[in-house]
Design a protein around this ligand. Structure first.
Ligand SMILES: Nc1ncnc2c1ncn2[C@@H]1O[C@H](COP(=O)(O)OP(=O)(O)OP(=O)(O)O)[C@@H](O)[C@H]1O
Ligand SMILES: [Mg+2]
Length: 265
C-alpha cells in the first residue's frame, strides 16, 4: 500500500487555542484508518482542514500525490475526497432521493446529470441498504439511518477516499453493525476510509491502522492492538482503557437531539 492522503506538519489555531499543533500522519491507499482521541483533541478540525472547510495555518496536505493545501471544499471534493459530518446534515422534509440530488451541489455541473440520475441515486441508496425508503422523507428516519443517507450522498460523488466523522455516534447497535458492513464492502471495492469514532469496538474491528490525537497532536500511529496498549494512549484516555472513552458514556449525539427536520447544518 502507498499513502493516498498525507498530512505533514499541519497547524491550526483558533485565537490562542492550538487545535492542531504540527500534526503528521498518512492514510494508506486501500486502508480503513481510524482517527481517535478524547473530546476536543482536534479530530474534526483535522477533517475540516483536510477537506477545505478550514484553512491550515501551516503544513501541507497531499492527496494522491497532489498538494491540496488551501483548496476550497468544492475543489477537494471534486478531486475525489468525500466526507460526512459529525452532526447529520440531511434535509428532513425532502425524501432520500431528493436529499442525494441536493448533495450534488459541490459536483461540477457537467457531471451532475450523469452522477445524480435517479437510477444511480437508487443504486447508492441500495448500497447503504435504504433503497426501499427512497421516497420517504428523511425526517421520518432514525438518526442512524440518516447517517447512512449521508454515506450514500458521499458515495454518489465517486470518492476514492471517504472521511467519516463519528459514523456510529448516537446510533443503535443494529445500525452500527450495518454501517460497519457497508464500510467493509465499500473498502473491498477499493474505497479508502479515514474515520473518527469514539466507539472502540467499531474502530478496533474495522481499522487496519489507528492514529491517536491528544490536545491537538498526533501521539501514536499503528495497528489497533499496538495502539490500544501504548502507554501514551492510555495516559491520554485519563489512565483508563480505551473502552472507557468518556465520550461513550453519553451518546455523542442523542437521537432526541437530532434536528427534527434536519435542516440545520
Ligand atoms: N471554529 C472554532 N472556533 C474556535 N475553537 C474551535 C473551533 N473548532 C474547534 N475549536 C476548538 O478546537 C479544539 C478541537 O476541536 P475538535 O472539534 O476538532 O475536537 P474533536 O476531537 O473533534 O472533539 P469531539 O470528539 O468532541 O468531536 C476544541 O478545543 C474546540 O473547542
Ligand atoms: Mg469532533
Amino acid at each position: 500500500m502507498s499513502a493516498l492522503l498525507e498530512v505533514h506538519d499541519v497547524r491550526k489555531s483558533f485565537g490562542g487555542l492550538h487545535a492542531l499543533s504540527r500534526c503528521s500522519f498518512a492514510v494508506e491507499r486501500g486502508s480503513v484508518t481510524g482517527l481517535i482521541g478524547p473530546n476536543g483533541s482536534g479530530k474534526t478540525t483535522m477533517f475540516n482542514v483536510i477537506t477545505g472547510y478550514e484553512r491550515a495555518d501551516a503544513g501541507t496536505i497531499r492527496f494522491d500525490g497532489r498538494d491540496i493545501t488551501g483548496l476550497s471544499a468544492d475543489r477537494v471534493g471534486a478531486l475525489g475526497l468525500g466526507r460526512t459530518f459529525q452532526l447529520s446534515r440531511v434535509f428532513g422534509r425532502l425524501n432520500l432521493l431528493e436529499n442525494l440530488r441536493v448533495g450534488s451541489g459541490g459536483v461540477p455541473r457537467s457531471r451532475r446529470k450523469e452522477l445524480f440520475s435517479e437510477n444511480r441515486c437508487m443504486e447508492m441508496l441500495d448500497a447503504v441498504g435504504l433503497a426501499r425508503l427512497a421516497h420517504e422523507p428523511a425526517g421520518s428516519l432514525s438518526y442512524g439511518q440518516r447517517k447512512l443517507v449521508e454515506l450514500a450522498m458521499v458515495l454518489a460523488q465517486e470518492p476514492s477516499v471517504i472521511l467519516l466523522d463519528e459514523p456510529a455516534g448516537g446510533i443503535n447497535p443494529t445500525l452500527i453493525g450495518q454501517m460497519a458492513e457497508r464500510i467493509t464492502e465499500l473498502n473491498k471495492q477499493g474505497v479508502t476510509f479515514l474515520l473518527v469514532e469514539h466507539n472502540m469496538e467499531f474502530v478496533m474491528g474495522l481499522c487496519d491502522v489507528v492514529a491517536v490525537m491528544e490536545r491537538g497532536s498526533v501521539i501514536a500511529v499503528g495497528e489497533p492492538e499496538v495502539v490500544r496498549n501504548d502507554p501514551r494512549v492510555l495516559e491520554a484516555y485519563l489512565g483508563g482503557s480505551l473502552d472507557d472513552d468518556p465520550a461513550n458514556a453519553v451518546p455523542a449525539v442523542p437521537a432526541a437531539a437530532a434536528p427534527a427536520s434536519g435542516e440545520s447544518a
